[in-house]
Design a protein around this ligand. Structure first.
Ligand code: DX5
Ligand code: ZN
Length: 212
């Protein structure tokens, strides 16, 4: 069954505990978007928020690093209890090395890719990834419109995973709602990230159920 990863970027930071409990109860993992204002134009949040979520989280934490030099922070994310850690392939010189570093730190490594980079750039490192993060919007902001070309990119990545015989999951991230989740699941998405669709809804639990 597809897993739903609500993006805490869209949570209510004045009532964060309420939204953490919602994920604990109805979803599969916490998606934590870390932005540095350099790799992407926006700045999100950092360790104080991740630590606060960690105190109450009973589901795994999946951090999506949209930062330069992700390798500098691997140990720190392991220490706060993050189980899944992804970074963008164009943020580093040697993706394989950083994937290995994340695994050595005891976390599941993931490799993220923006919509304007050919998915073939993921292929040499698929055997080292527990998951890839296929961006369906340009990394940097929540609430953007889903890019339709993602469907073909997802099919391409899934075909290559099968061809290589590796056990890499595909997480799709950005602009996801109950309106496009069915097609993504049909094409083989393993994890769907959704921020606005979940937290801006009147009934977030129902939205999570609908996406599943
Ligand atoms: C975009 C982030 C996404 C985003 C998802 O840079 O990686 O995780 O917050 O939010 P929605 O679902 O609002 O597009
Ligand atoms: Zn994300």
């Amino acid at each position: 069954m597809v897993q739903i990863a609500p993006s805490m970027l869209a949570a209510d930071f004045l009532h964060l505990e309420k939204d953490v409990e919602l994920v604990n109860k109805y979803a599969d993992m916490f998606h934590l978007d870390i932005m540095d204002g350099t790799f992407v134009p926006n700045i999100s949040y950092g360790f104080p928020i991740v630590e606060a979520i960690a105190k109450k989280a009973t589901k795994p934490m999946d951090a999506h690093l949209m930062i330069v030099h992700p390798e500098k922070y691997v140990d720190r994310f392991a220490k706060v209890g993050v189980q899944m850690l992804s970074f963008h392939l164009n943020a580093v010189d040697n993706a394989g090395q950083v994937l290995a570093q994340i695994r050595a730190a005891g976390m599941s490594p993931g490799l993220a890719i923006n919509p304007d980079i050919p998915v073939s750039r993921l292929f040499p490192d698929l055997d080292q990834c527990d998951y890839v993060v296929l961006m369906s919007v340009f990394a940097g902001f929540g609430g953007q419109k889903f890019i339709e070309a993602t469907y073909n990119r997802l099919s391409e990545v899934k075909a290559e995973i099968i061809k290589q015989g590796v056990s890499c999951k595909v997480q799709v991230d950005g602009g996801i709602s109950a309106a496009n989740s069915a097609k993504l699941v049909e094409l083989g998405a393993d994890i769907l990230v959704a921020g606005s669709a979940v937290f801006k809804a009147d009934n977030p639990a129902a939205v999570i159920e609908a996406m599943k």
